[in-house]
Design a protein around this ligand. Sequence first.
Ligand SMILES: *[C@@H]1O[C@H](CO)[C@@H](O)[C@H](O)[C@H]1NC(C)=O
Ligand SMILES: *[C@@H]1O[C@H](CO)[C@@H](O)[C@H](O)[C@H]1NC(C)=O
Length: 341
Amino acid sequence: MGRKPNDSEPTRYATMILLLMGLVSCTAVYIFMSAVMRPAGSSVVERLAAEEGEFSGGGGGEGEGECCSGIESFELWGAAVKWGSDFKVNSSKECCKACKAMCTGNHGPCLCDTWVFCGNKKFCGDKFGECWLKKQKDTLAPDRQEAGNKVMWTSGIVFGKGEGIVALETEFGAIHVKLLPECSPRSVFNILELLGLRHCAGCQFFRAEIRGQIWDTHGDHIKDASFGPPYALVQGTLDAQGVAFESVPSESCPEIRRGSVAWVGSGPEFFISLANHQEWKKSYTVFGYVLPEDMEIVEKIAQLPTKLDVWSGVNVTVLENPVPLRVRRIKSNNDDLNLSS
Ligand SMILES: *[C@@H]1O[C@H](CO)[C@@H](O)[C@H](O)[C@H]1NC(C)=O
Ligand SMILES: *[C@@H]1O[C@H](CO)[C@@H](O)[C@H](O)[C@H]1NC(C)=O
């Protein structure tokens, strides 16, 4: 799969038009979405939490249950629910798992959503092995300590059921994506940054490839079929104009399955898969998955009119009219979850 080649004549004129288009369509999307989302209220959370469970494997695809990783040289603040001075473990993974273990039951927010581990023997001194478990005021805006190079802590976040879900808003509806911070913590922080933006001018889907006769409606590969083209995905970019995108390193990740959301390379281009692409191994960093009910919207985008193009020798189909998108919070923070639990 390729990255969209740069336009050959990125003139000021074209940029202006794009900006204008983005502005107009963002406004349209906003008006449309506020109408659609209004009646949903807090039941949205319940629906989302229920749907998460339906995703085969309990979320994120194979291997997801095993990953529990954080970011080195990075410190998250927050109110302590378990003090590290009294709680030492042997690895960051153990600390992460201890946090996860406090997400009891199937409903409601986790008692712990942040873990901070001191794993650098040289810098930690007698703090070595400390595992602090914390709880954020706002799970989608973790309180980060602006880090230098010498931070001795490794930190990560954990999302319980119904938490860590963002919406990719399009004119066809909101695509709800559950983020996977235990698999790809840096990628998730990149997405959380976008939540603060009022606009996402330039953010759009621009490539759409159907499943064709290659993958069935469950995303399973049909025996003896090729592996594309078409490639069963929609591709877009989260490169918001005026915002520097911090490129993401490759992070250990689950396989690409139907519904997986992954970066193309180190971003900001990304794709949503319509199929289980085992043939791609683990070559893309998956940072979330689309809640099953919303795959309908992704399928709809995949069927929009396209034209042929060739990217680095690969035949691709690009949308005749790109679909603008915006990353948004769902109206469902801890408040609503507390109400429903
Ligand atoms: C951590 O490692 C030490 C020494 O290898 C071992 O004795 C201890 O049981 C381990 N602790 C845990 C919680 O695994
Ligand atoms: C790409 O498209 C061209 C023209 O439609 C076709 O001749 C060629 O076989 C295609 N290549 C592949 C790999 O499908």
